[in-house]
Design a protein around this ligand. Structure first.
Ligand code: UD1
Length: 421
């Protein structure tokens, strides 16, 4: 077990690059199963969720190799279509393997991901899409899921634009016979990245980034080479950190357009933000002010994953910001910890009212989930005195080099192994 020790109150300055996107590399690693060949995937971040995906690929018979940020997946021969419970539990997004395994082998056996720290995480839309393509899905006692059947393309309307359901439907449809038209698809940039990878494998997919994705299924697929897009949520976290601590930071490696809903809020809060040549520069010198109302929404709206770190930045300053969390039920678990640091935040159901305070103070706090952990880091950087953040394994799911990156910007952050006597 580890902790981050943060000495707050030091402005940040300099340039920082972000690694490849977690939410892009996970479905891409699953998609590699579809192609009986070798895929070479660059810009893969060193995250625990990526290791968990490699474990699943290995279990299915794929040969994988990792060298720096490049992962090679050889899916020429699959020896199984079943993912054991323990591996499924390692990460909720393991459900993304469903469409790919089913598409490649005609059957898939895995367990339901169940709830997680953000509240209930149903997969009804994933299953509806898979069923619509012709799969028989049996939910067995103990939460196991058994799917089989030859897939045929057809028209599917998602009841809501779920990222995971869109990805699962795209993966299954790429292997189905005939054309699938997916309406009300999620429009997140990671869906566009998945489309680009599927095309590199020889699939015919178009429309990603809009609400209608068309997949011409059944094309013979082969291995391909691909570079994963930069992580927009890591970029937004570093921008929120600079807003909180003050200073001037340039973030590279993520598309500024993917971060615009977040940079608009940080500008509203008094930061100067400029984008040029793929880099985002944020200057925060005057202290922050309230940013009005921030509603989380599917892309291109304000991302739910950026809500915690941006809230942490706005906890210090003048004025009030209202957050309304529309995506997940239980996404304010960082609030009690921010209060320990002196924040004035009230939560009622899906609404959080943040009244900016003059000073936050360092405290011992514990991350309850990935982005909630990022919020604690952001708050600690802007707080006076020392903070100790535990629950670091949550942060390891999404940030590959947090202490190194922030230290390079002038922060005092170190990671310590906790010893118990
Ligand atoms: C993905 C991201 C996650 C992000 C989220 C929303 C990955 C690995 N994770 O999660 O970081 O916070 O998008 O941008 O890419 N829903 C249903 N039934 C379903 C599926 C979803 O009701 O079958 C609901 C969810 O409970 C939630 C909403 O739809 O309220 C959005 O979820 P979804 O877009 O599916 O998120 P994930 O793909 O799980």
């Amino acid at each position: 077990m580890h902790a981050y020790i943060v000495e707050g109150g030091r402005p940040l300055s300099g340039r920082v690059g972000v690694h490849g996107a977690k939410n892009s590399v996970l479905p891409i690693l699953a998609a590699a199963i579809l192609a009986p060949g070798e895929s070479v995937i660059h810009n893969c971040p060193a995250l625990s969720d990526v290791s968990a995906s490699l474990d699943i690929l290995g279990r299915l018979g794929c040969r994988t190799a990792q060298s720096g940020g490049t992962i090679t997946v050889d899916a020429t021969v699959l020896t199984g279509s079943s993912v054991p419970d323990a591996l499924m539990r390692e990460m909720r997004s393991s459900v993304i393997f469903l469409g790919a395994i089913l598409g490649r082998t005609g059957e898939a056996n895995l367990s339901l991901p169940g709830g997680c720290e953000l509240g209930p995480r149903p997969i009804d839309l994933h299953l509806e899409a898979i069923r619509a393509l012709g799969a028989q899905v049996r939910e067995e006692p103990g939460g196991r899921l058994s799917c089989r059947g030859a897939l045929t393309g057809r028209e599917i309307v998602l009841a809501r634009p779920s990222v995971g359901a869109t990805e699962n439907a795209m993966l299954a449809a790429a292997a189905a016979r005939g054309t699938t038209v997916l309406h009300n698809a999620a429009r997140e940039p990671e869906i566009v990245d998945l489309q680009a990878f599927l095309r590199a494998l020889g699939a015919e997919v178009r429309g990603a980034g809009s609400s209608t994705v068309v997949i011409q299924g059944g094309k013979p697929l082969h291995g391909g080479e691909f570079t994963v897009m930069g992580d927009r949520i890591v970029a937004c976290t570093y921008l929120a950190a600079a807003a909180a601590a003050g200073g001037s930071v340039t973030v590279t490696g993520a598309d500024p357009a993917h971060c615009s809903a977040v940079t608009a809020v940080l500008q509203e809060a008094g930061c100067t933000v400029r984008s040029a040549g793929g880099a985002i520069e944020l200057i925060s010198r005057q202290g922050l002010r309230g940013a009005g109302a921030v509603h989380t929404a599917p892309y291109p709206g304000f991302p739910t994953d950026a809500q915690p770190p941006v809230m942490a930045a706005l906890a210090r300053g003048r004025g009030t910001t209202l957050f309304v969390e529309h995506m997940f039920e239980n996404r304010y678990r960082h609030v009690s910890e921010l209060r320990r640091m002196g924040a004035d935040i009230r939560v009622e159901d899906r609404v959080a009212v943040v009244c900016g305070v003059d000073t936050l103070h360092g405290a011992a706090v514990e991350a309850a989930d990935l982005r909630g952990g990022a919020a604690l880091m952001v708050a600690a950087l802007g707080a006076e005195g020392e903070s100790r953040i535990t629950g670091v394994h949550h942060l390891d799911r999404g940030y590959a080099s947090l202490a190194e990156d922030l230290s390079a910007l002038g922060a005092r952050v170190r990671r310590e192994e906790l010893t118990f006597s």
